[in-house]
Design a binder for this molecule. Structure first.
Ligand SMILES: *Cc1c(COP(=O)(O)O)cnc(C)c1O
Length: 475
């Protein structure tokens, strides 16, 4: 490919991208591809000779696109969103063009210093404690692993890094039964052992019960085990339950536990002063993670991780081979020492573009719209005799199920809702996912996609009633 072709196809693809985003809501949201469909249609061998960009781009449109699920569709109500936005996409193009490897300050000073500035902007925007410092990672899973490794090193006085971790006595980690699977994974990878993750019970709102946490810690101490870390979740993945941070922080302080706050999705809501009741107690947190790549309109991947004590963090991860030493080391942040990977993408650029292009008020307005539309929909569900709300809704994730009065058997109700979910998703007009709460099959409806308007919510509500009525006529 020649520079002139790059220029020509670049223009063409930008036009394609704008057309795509203009029309994405008309495409089936969930891909209809069956397992193996795409793989079978791809050539078995890499091409010997160069191929034209025309041919490559045509195959992208004809082969790849139909196999994509459209996360940027405003009819995407599944999981949590992975929101992109126009300024974020443009910044990603520039990042790819610069192609910089931002492992240390010297390998691109602007990348390191923009990242530092973005972290300070975000700290202020979310009203986080002034002593928080941190950097950007790929995912919350990585950040949580970093938190557990740092907690482990603090608990063993950096002995595990030096001599390997010997679980004598075992270090114990506490999280609620509703916690994200990334905690289970991190406990395994950090060498703490899955058996040492204690799942603490929740209240009727699916939030951690602090009394149960205290009991679990006391029971472990009585057995000679070593309580090490507690993970509090702001916005659980099943139902966005908010663990009572201030109460958990008090227990963490009393027993010397590392307090990690997983706010992967809900952290973005701290942009709103009226949502900051969630972060009461945050000044005692040792670490905090949230994903702008979920609800803050910033392309995946972008996960922001703050710590109270950056010296502990750096002591856990620092390495200093001769070939990475530079003159500036004493005066700058070398983020390779703040986490696992050496190589780092220039992720701060898209945050800078997003924050400046939306403005704080623009971000807040969109979040408030999402929250309001979700409350409006909650009322419509409440008012309908055949639907019921299955969990409190502190944010914009509505957990509900179809419940016609004549169906009372739980297995039958679960099967009915599973059928409804498939009918909805197969229609191509919306995409929902499910969870189980207290054994009940529950449909999750997240109203937080970048391009969402209230008309999409209303259309999905029509679809929902129509599909439920179809099912009902067969019950
Ligand atoms: C999505 C989510 C995660 C995992 O996020 P990744 O960035 O994909 O690792 C962790 N915790 C919670 C509460 C989440 O919602």
């Amino acid at each position: 490919m020649k520079l002139n072709d790059f220029r020509q196809y670049g223009h063409e693809m930008i036009d394609w991208m704008a057309d795509f985003l203009e029309n994405v809501e008309k495409l089936p949201v969930k891909s209809k591809a069956a397992p193996g469909d795409i793989y079978r249609r791809l050539p078995g061998h890499a091409p010997e000779a160069a191929e034209s960009m025309d041919a490559i781009f045509r195959d992208f449109r004809e082969l790849i696109l139909p196999g994509m699920t459209h996360w940027q569709s405003p009819r995407f109500f599944a999981y949590f969103p992975a929101n992109a936005s126009y300024p974020s996409v443009l910044a990603e193009m520039l990042t790819a063009t610069l192609g910089a490897q931002c492992m240390i300050w010297e390998t691109s000073p602007a990348a390191a210093e923009l990242e530092e500035k973005m972290m300070h902007w975000l700290r202020e925007m979310l009203d986080l404690p002034a002593h928080f410092e941190g950097c950007i990672h790929d995912t919350a899973s990585t950040a949580t692993l970093i938190a557990l490794l740092t907690a482990r090193e603090r608990a063993t006085n950096f002995g595990s890094n030096a001599s390997g971790f010997t679980a004598d006595p075992p270090l114990r980690v506490y999280a609620s039964t509703q916690t994200h699977s990334s905690i289970d994974k991190a406990v395994k990878i950090a060498g703490l052992g899955a058996e040492n993750l204690v799942k603490v019970g929740v209240d009727e709102a699916f939030a951690m019960d602090p009394a149960a946490l205290r009991q679990a810690v006391e029971a472990d101490l009585a057995q000679g085990l070593r309580p090490c870390c507690v993970v509090a979740t702001l916005g659980t993945t099943s139902s966005t339950a908010i663990d009572p941070l201030a109460d958990i922080a008090a227990i963490a302080r009393q027993y010397g536990l590392w307090l990690h706050v997983d706010a992967a999705y809900a952290g973005t809501a701290l942009l709103l002063p009226e949502m900051r009741w969630m972060s009461r107690g945050m000044q005692h947190a040792d670490s905090f993670v949230f994903n702008p790549h979920k609800w803050m309109f910033t392309n995946f991947d972008c996960s922001v991780y703050f710590v109270k004590d950056k010296e502990l963090l750096i002591r856990t991860f620092e390495i200093l081979p001769e070939y990475l030493k530079t003159q500036a080391d004493a005066q700058v942040n070398n983020y390779r020492d703040w986490g696992i990977a050496l190589g780092r993408r220039f992720r701060a650029l898209k945050l800078w573009f997003v924050i400046r292009s939306f403005g704080l008020q623009g971000l807040q307005q969109r979040l408030r719209n999402h929250l309001q539309w979700a409350r409006n929909q909650q009322q419509r569900i409440q008012a309908h005799p055949h639907f019921e709300i299955m969990a409190p809704m502190p944010l914009n994730l509505l957990c509900f199920r179809f419940h016609p009065p004549e169906v009372q058997d739980i297995a039958q109700l679960n099967a009915l809702n599973e059928q409804l979910l498939h009918l909805l998703n197969d229609s191509g007009q919306a995409y929902f996912t499910h969870t189980k709460l207290n054994g009940n099959y529950v449909i999750r409806w997240v109203m937080g996609q970048t391009y969402l308007e209230e008309r999409h919510v209303l259309q999905a509500w029509e679809l929902l009633q129509q599909k439920a009525a179809e099912l009902h006529s067969k019950v």
